[in-house]
Design a protein around this ligand. Structure first.
Ligand code: S3P
Length: 519
């Protein structure tokens, strides 16, 4: 339990919500719980029962919450007035959010929802309470004029909990986070309702794809509203389909509506979609990814956007437009200045770039036994230049646990045949090249020949059995446990699984098993 105390206007609610999102804990606002219990708003409670009545109710509520499940708990500014509450707080993790009197008044002055503001001698009250906050707090963090994300970082540091800048709340040596890609074959609203069950079962992050289907942003916004702790991510936005500034604004917007739970997944996609669907030249994916990342982080730092890159020049130079473009900065203060960025990459240059600049990397066909051989070089090259925290490696695998489930491996055949055979043209298919690098030279060629000739079933039948086996988590529990360990040893930190059971309850159980085994 992390308890936040401080004077009215210290930012307890804002900071508490953000911190809870980052730590994957529920957020509790003592005042909101009191209002729910009393069935009316705080000023009404003051009017009906006087301050002593309010304090008694407040004390009872806080005592109950402190004894309940782990959470980030924000207390009302006057909670420390009650001796019993002060005693309880001495045994808790309490962070005092400090704001000078003037700063507090600037934020809340004149708020009719706070009866204490109407009292005479407010400055004296403030002084008196300072000592009480300090007495109960284990740590003090200043909030005046600071971004909530910075305050959260200080709190995490003070308490020794790991909330890296990236928001990937994973510690060294810890287990893998389990993710899922949103699959709404059963209807969108139902699927999102089901997410709550997955969240309870231990799901850590959900990725929403965006190929040339419905856009991912509207769905992510909806999911943000319907979930509380789950991290949400684009999986992925195509590099070329939004301007860099719009990508940055979209990520900031999704981070805002989700209270700091968004990860910006980006990827180059391929020329078929980019040139075919968007009508935009598919050029320089690696150089553009680098510049896009730099621009996004400038926007989130609220710097004036004046960027002279090789691929993006902002504002547009006068000889290419009207000359009226202005260097602007994001109007809002984003919830987090450092929204995590995950890059989907398979080519060596792009992988090196992800390892250097991104918070996360999403490979494809992460075959644990061959990972070092195929990716080791580019990863080492990028990591050598890296100035960020640990890289989140987001591997993917279909999942099914049972004694008689090997036939499930074959379900992935058409999918792998499509990627190895049908994605891209002959000589320009990243996945085909990757399959060759993994050691399936002859098979990759045969699959592509069959697929591009229209013999899709034959292509599917040609997918090597050991490729299917090694890239999936399908088999008895002991076997799946071993494969999970293999993924972890090969550097995966997040595993995006596709539970293959047909019934929702069984899929939830699979996520629960995977989360337990991966922990
Ligand atoms: C109070 C602060 C309020 C609320 C009540 C009393 C106080 O909470 O509990 O109006 O005595 O300072 P906030 O600190 O969240 O405004």
């Amino acid at each position: 339990m992390i308890v936040l105390v401080g004077f009215m206007g210290a930012g307890k609610t804002t900071v508490g919500r953000l911190l809870a999102g980052q730590l994957g804990l529920p957020f509790l606002d003592a005042d909101a719980v009191i209002e729910e219990r009393a069935g009316c708003r705080v000023p009404q409670i003051f009017a009906d029962r006087g301050e002593p009545g309010f304090r008694a109710l407040e004390h009872e509520t806080i005592a109950g919450l402190l004894g309940g499940p782990d959470a980030v708990l924000a207390l009302g500014g006057g909670a420390v007035e009650h001796a019993g509450t002060r005693r309880l707080l001495l045994a808790a993790n309490v962070v005092y959010l400090h704001v000078p009197f003037a700063g507090a008044m600037a934020r809340v002055g004149g708020d009719a929802g706070r009866p204490m503001l109407a009292r005479p001698g407010l400055a004296d009250l403030y002084q008196r309470r300072l000592a009480a906050y300090e007495a109960v707090a284990t740590h003090t963090v200043p909030t005046d004029g600071r971004q909530p994300a910075d305050v959260c970082r200080d709190i995490a540091r003070a308490l020794g909990v790991n909330v890296p800048l990236s928001g990937f709340s994973r510690t060294e040596g810890a287990g893998m986070r389990i993710g899922m890609s949103l699959n709404y074959a059963g209807g969108f609203a139902e699927t999102v309702t089901e997410l709550a069950d997955y969240e309870k079962a231990g799901l850590g992050i959900v990725f929403v794809p965006e190929a040339y289907s419905y856009d991912a942003v509207s769905q992510l916004g909806y999911i943000a509203a319907k979930t509380e702790r789950l991290q949400i991510a684009s999986g992925i936005f195509q590099l070329y389909s939004r301007t860099p500034a719009l990508t940055a604004m979209t990520a900031a917007g999704l981070d805002y509506v989700s209270n700091g739970r968004f990860t910006l997944g980006i990827g180059a996609s391929g020329p078929q979609v980019i040139e075919g669907w968007h009508g935009v030249p598919y050029d320089a994916p690696v150089g553009r990814t680098r510049e896009l990342i730099e621009i996004c982080r400038m926007v989130w730092r609220r710097e004036r956007l004046s960027y002279d890159g090789r691929y993006y020049q902002l504002p547009l130079p006068p000889d290419r437009g009207t000359g009226l473009g202005k260097p602007l900065k994001l109007i809002n203060h984003p919830v987090r200045e450092r929204i995590p960025i995950m890059v989907a990459a398979v080519g060596p240059k792009n992988v090196a770039l992800a390892a250097e600049l991104a918070d996360g990397w999403q490979p494809f066909f992460y075959l644990p036994e061959k990972a070092a051989e195929v990716w080791g070089g580019p990863l080492a090259e990028g990591l050598a230049k890296r100035a960020l925290g640990p890289l989140d490696v987001v591997a993917q695998a279909p999942l099914m646990i049972g004694n008689d489930v090997t036939a499930y491996r074959d379900l992935a055949r058409p999918f792998l045949a499509l990627y190895i055979g049908g994605m891209g043209a002959r000589g320009k298919n990243f996945y085909n090249t990757l399959a060759r690098r993994l050691g399936y030279e002859a098979e990759a060629e045969q699959i592509q020949d069959a697929y591009l000739d229209g013999r899709k079933e034959e292509a599917a039948a040609l997918v090597p059995a050991d490729l299917l086996e090694l890239t999936s988590l399908i088999g008895p529990e002991g076997y799946v446990r071993e494969r999970l360990a293999a993924f972890r040893e090969a550097g995966a930190t997040t595993l995006t699984v596709t539970p293959l059971a047909p019934a929702h309850a069984d899929r939830v159980r699979l996520i629960e098993q995977a989360a337990t085994l991966a922990a």
